[in-house]
Design a protein around this ligand. Structure first.
Ligand SMILES: [Zn+2]
Length: 318
């Protein structure tokens, strides 16, 4: 928990201070973050954050404390955009954002970063819960219940915050979606956010993704597509419709090639064994029944491709 002295040890800035729109006339405290001031309420901060609660119950204030409009100024060593997002969320609620999602990305990030630092417990756990809901870690996951564009645009920021906070259990799924949506060029060169800033991954994540991609491609190929190759072992005398089975097999292989051509590491279209075995003769279908697609195995091993510890969850059920 940051001490009171940690808040107040920052010297007054000599640069121009701007005033945020979050300037409540009856506010009782001014937060100064990164040259931006916010006038808010001690009681509101105390209700949500154990750290502020502890800070405001300290008996006295230093005599040299800066005052603005009768309010003490508390200087914080954070980014103003995080405070802007969190305070808007606290004061105006999710409807303020008019987003189809409960959490705009900036609120998610602020809830995690400031939630952890200042013990805004409810905000932190709600943000974590939401991420786990958005990005199921279960093997039986389907299409995520979110806009793919949202995932593509924000996944690097989510990787960075998970890394920053040491929430490593989120990383296997985040890394998977990085590889699903982004080419190596973006992984190394960064991704343009909608506000025209560029989000870069850490060198460690870049390295992990480069190595992990190779391992994942190999595993997907070996464990989910190699069964088609295994049909070579079916004796010509046993196959009931050699021409038809060869044709179906060739079609599947062609499809596999196209998927790998796009370098989409999709586990999703490789799901349905029943669908894949359609068109084969009953003998070949039975033969394939003895093999497994092992998609679940790929998912089980996913953290290991990224050098991460095994799932802490039951990845089969969630
Ligand atoms: Zn056959």
């Amino acid at each position: 928990m940051p001490e009171r002295s940690a808040f107040l040890s920052l010297p007054p800035t000599t640069q121009t201070i701007t005033r945020s729109e979050i300037w409540l006339d009856d506010g009782s405290i001014v937060l100064e973050v990164d040259k931006v001031q916010f006038r808010v309420h001690r009681s509101v901060l105390s209700n949500h954050s154990s750290v502020f609660k502890g800070m405001f119950t300290l008996p006295s204030q230093p005599p040299d404390e800066t005052m603005v409009e009768g309010c003490c100024v508390v200087r914080l060593d954070d980014q103003s955009r995080d405070w802007e997002a969190l305070l808007r969320y606290i004061y105006y609620g999710p409807q303020y954002f008019r987003s189809r999602y409960d959490y705009p990305i900036e609120v998610l990030i602020a809830s995690l970063r400031l939630g952890r630092k200042y013990e805004f417990e409810e905000f932190f756990s709600r943000a974590m819960g939401y991420l786990k809901y958005l990005f199921p870690y279960t093997y039986a996951f389907g299409e995520p219940g979110i806009d793919v564009g949202w995932v593509k645009n924000n996944i690097f920021d989510l990787v960075n915050i998970a890394e920053e906070l040491g929430e490593m259990e989120l990383l296997p799924v985040f890394y998977y979606w990085c590889l699903h949506h982004h080419h190596t060029l973006s992984i190394f060169g960064g991704w343009n956010r909608s506000d025209n800033t560029i989000c870069h991954l850490s060198a460690e994540s870049q390295y992990t993704l480069a190595i992990g991609k190779e391992k994942l491609v190999t595993a997907i190929f070996d464990k989910t597509w190699a069964w088609l190759a295994s049909l070579r072992d079916v004796s010509p005398d046993e196959c009931l419709s050699r021409n038809q089975c060869s044709e179906v097999r060739a079609r599947h292989l062609e499809e596999a090639l196209l998927i790998f051509r796009q370098s989409s590491l999709l586990l999703i279209p490789l799901l349905h064994k029943d669908k894949l075995s359609q068109g084969f003769c009953t003998y070949c279908r039975q033969y394939l029944g003895g093999t497994t697609l092992k998609r679940e195995e790929v998912w089980k091993e996913l953290p290991s491709y990224f050098g991460l510890p095994e799932w802490v969850y039951d990845y089969r059920r969630g």
